[in-house]
Write a new protein. Structure first.
Lengths: 269, 217
């Protein structure tokens, strides 16, 4: 168990290198600004880590855009900020070329693709809804509803301030289960490029009492969404052994929203 | 806690669509869902707002035909043109199942006549007067923009985290059988629709009672 706790910390400390450039059409000065380089926590959300980037670019855009919402794009794809940074990175970049090159935009907000995010409250509301969903699956929502609102706040502040101990002091309770049975269902989202993530009800044990593994999940659901075999399956940037029990993955490799985000990257994408 | 399974939700939707057809309402099955196991039913509706009433936000529901008739009337050259045309908003309501909470969820998008999507602030301002206080007191926990789970695009959502508790108060008995499940869905919709402008005809309930007593309409 001691080394498993180490895994939680390793996952928490995961970072991705990012290089943000200002979209050329939004630049109003003669010379383009320098790109902004930063290391972003995998477990965070883009709007929580982009304040400095926004400030850096404000001097280079026309004043009437100063109140506009900044949105990010990776290789032509607007980034859905409501997924954790690590998930977006694994799906869009995968570490093929580092740092991950992003473009910041202040105009043409793609309202067909992206949720508006004018303030941190939007991110907090989204994070809390995800937590409630995950606990609905794990414990019929009983753990999260029995918590006090200060506990909810502590989870959120722990994530915002990158405080592992603050976050896990509460998150521990959301991860509780009986050793024999595990959670009621495993909260997971299976991401593939260009489609909404797949969600299904999966129990930690198979009907014959065996522990469900990653293979069980993938054979059941990947064939449905994408017929071609092959490709990589990445969780938290790692290709986990496919015989890993889902309960273990859920307890150790879930994001702070308590969902296990599994990224499927087809071979020729 | 009154929850239903996904299989039960599908039965409820099919029964509901049947009633909608009978009552000449316009609920339809979405056929553009990528996920072959995903089910979503939807209804489009134009809502006229009496703009100058300000925060009263009285709305009048019109179906597409009524609107068309009005358009024709207003194109009559002998009618004096109004300087302040009544603004209308187009709503697209979706009923989707939440696997996490085991209840139906109402998603919707709304557009101004110009085609511009309503902002979250405008949606909050538009909440019907009678429901405004409870929703706006906890607006970030009740009504926000989120990703439609089957379409992957931004939609407004009435949060489902308390639905099961509410439904248990309305329906003390667990919903069973096609008629009972339809009753569950209609009762749910009659609570979650009105705050965001979606009124449900009482005929849906009359229809339920007639099936219960075996009457032929």
């Amino acid at each position: 168990m001691a080394e498993d706790r180490e895994i939680l910390r390793e996952v928490w400390e995961g970072r991705v290198p990012v290089c943000v450039q200002l979209a050329s059409e939004d630049c109003s000065t003669l010379s383009a600004p320098d790109p902004y380089y930063l290391m972003v926590p995998r477990l965070s959300y883009l709007p929580l880590v982009m304040d400095k980037v926004r400030k850096h670019f404000l001097r280079f855009i026309s004043p009437e855009l100063h109140e506009a919402e900044m949105w990010l794009e990776s290789d032509g794809t607007p980034l859905k900020w409501h997924y954790p940074v690590g998930v977006l990175f694994d799906l869009q970049c995968g570490g093929a070329s580092l740092p991950w090159a992003l473009t910041a935009h202040f105009t043409h907000f793609p309202e067909q693709d992206l949720i508006r995010c004018p303030s941190r409250e939007v991110v907090e509301s989204h994070f809390m809804s995800s937590l409630k969903e995950a606990d609905g699956l794990k414990h019929r929502g009983q753990v999260i509803t029995n918590m006090q609102s200060k506990d909810h706040k502590q989870l959120w502040m722990g994530l915002c301030n990158d405080k592992f101990d603050q976050f896990w002091a509460i998150n521990r309770k959301l991860m509780e289960s009986t050793p024999e049975e595990g959670f009621k269902f495993i909260p997971f989202r299976l991401h593939s490029p260009c489609q909404p993530p797949l969600q299904r009800l999966v129990r930690p044990l198979t009907p014959d009492g065996r522990r469900s593994t990653l293979t069980d999940l993938l054979t059941q659901f990947l064939s449905m969404s994408s017929p071609e075999v092959g490709g990589r399956v990445v969780i938290q940037g790692i290709e986990a052994p496919q015989d890993t029990p889902l309960q273990w993955l859920s307890e150790h490799l879930s994001h702070p929203d308590n969902f296990l985000h599994i990224c499927y990257i087809p071979v020729a994408s | 806690m009154a929850t239903i399974t996904y299989e039960e939700f599908k039965i409820a939707c099919m029964e509901f669509l049947e009633s909608s057809k009978k009552l000449e309402d316009t609920w339809k099955l979405r056929t553009d869902i990528q996920d072959k196991d995903g089910l979503c039913i939807h209804k489009m509706q134009c809502i006229k707002r009496k703009s100058s009433v300000g925060h009263e936000n009285k709305t009048v529901c019109k179906n597409e035909e009524q609107l068309k008739e009005e358009e024709e009337e207003s194109s009559d050259p002998s009618v004096l043109e109004s300087h302040h045309p009544t603004p209308f908003t187009t709503y697209d309501y979706h009923i989707v199942y939440s696997l996490s909470h085991s209840v139906p969820v109402l998603y919707f998008n709304a557009w101004h006549a110009s085609g511009q999507l309503l902002t979250l602030d405008e949606v909050w301002e538009g909440v019907e007067a009678t429901h405004r206080e409870p929703i706006l007191n906890n607006k970030w926990g009740t009504l926000t923009q989120t990703e439609h789970p089957l379409l992957g695009r931004p939609y407004f959502q009435l949060h489902p985290c308390n639905t099961a508790k509410l439904m248990a108060q309305v329906l003390p008995q667990p919903a069973t059988g096609p008629a009972g499940l339809k009753m569950y869905l209609t009762s749910w919709l009659s609570m979650f629709g009105p705050p965001v402008g979606l009124e449900l005809s009482l005929c849906y309930f009359a229809d339920y009672q007639s099936t219960q007593s075996g009457c032929v309409r």
